[in-house]
Write a protein that binds this ligand. Structure first.
Ligand code: ATP
Length: 272
């Protein structure tokens, strides 16, 4: 295992951002951290780069030079071109000469940024800028790659480039921990960690998560219990802890599972 968090809790004043979270990130794997706004994703990622210190629990990570980090911010210098940004980061990590040029041009191609290679970062589209940030984080072949919402604002075609870059880093041996709000994308990761209000709702491979989910999901135009239903396209899906009492059963996907588990958790919190 390259990196891991064991029983990590983080509080900001009286707000609990993470509550007893454990996550392991092995070499060659992509672990996707999934959760809505304020779930604690950025806070957990920031514990791995030393930007947040846990109130309890332990975080293991390689030394700083072996970590690549794309933060939730811009991730590149606005006034530098794509090539200059990559050269600058390469210099920080001691890369130079032909080695840096080869790696820089390889990542420019992988990111689909060749047409923009001499454009300043401030003139890139949001998606191009995210891909440049990801390229900068992985430039020095870090053992641990931490990416905070790399695909937010990236169009579906560019997301394919981004996923290829992330998969290639993992295939080359990096341990990758990334956050995303896109559940379809998270299904592709080797492992999922679903966070809600600072706590883990479920984790494991997508197959594990599906196998552990015990409820049933139905679809209908009008749900039987609106509080346990959510919109999916033109219909509503509804969660049932046991046998459904209405609607047409559907095979739950990750979105159904995550929403059901969040509703169960919120109901437990309200009841306690
Ligand atoms: N520096 C901080 N000071 C105070 N509260 C914070 C700080 N950073 C995060 N929080 C709070 O901790 C909780 C988790 O925030 P975090 O940014 O980790 O969530 P997130 O899952 O990354 O969500 P988002 O995608 O909206 O950033 C939120 O309630 C947030 O308001």
């Amino acid at each position: 295992m390259i990196a891991g968090a064991d029983g990590v809790s983080v509080r900001f004043g009286n707000r609990t951002a993470l509550d007893d979270v454990s996550v392991h990130v092995p070499a060659g794997r992509v672990v996707a951290l999934v959760g809505g706004d304020g779930a604690g994703k950025s806070t957990l990622l920031r514990t791995f780069v030393g930007a947040v210190t846990p109130d309890s629990g332990v975080v293991h990570a390689p030394v700083k030079d072996e970590v690549g980090f794309l933060s939730a911010g811009p991730g590149s210098w606005a006034a530098l071109t794509v090539r200059q940004n990559l050269d600058f980061v390469g210099g920080i990590y001691g890369l130079g000469g032909g080695e840096l040029t080869r790696r820089r041009e390889e990542l420019i191609d992988r990111a689909g940024l060749r047409i923009a290679a001499d454009r300043v970062a401030s003139a890139l589209s949001g998606g191009m800028r995210r891909k440049l940030g990801a390229a900068m984080a992985m430039l020095h072949h870090p053992q641990l790659l931490i990416l905070d919402e790399p695909s937010t604002g990236v169009d579906p075609v560019s997301r394919i480039d981004l996923w290829r870059m992330i998969s290639e880093s993992a295939a080359e041996g990096a341990a990758v921990l990334m956050s995303t709000t896109y559940l379809d994308e998270a299904e592709r990761a080797g492992e999922l960690v679903v966070l809600d209000a600072g706590r883990i709702l479920t984790q494991g491979s997508y197959d594990d998560v599906r196998a552990e989910f015990t409820g049933a999901i139905t679809r209908s135009e009008v749900p039987v219990r609106p509080d346990w239903s959510w919109r999916r396209g033109r219909e509503r899906h509804e969660y049932w802890p046991g046998l459904p009492e209405g609607g047409t059963p559907v095979e739950p996907d990750l979105e159904d599972i995550v929403i059901s588990l969040s509703l169960i958790r919120r109901n437990e919190v309200r009841a306690s």
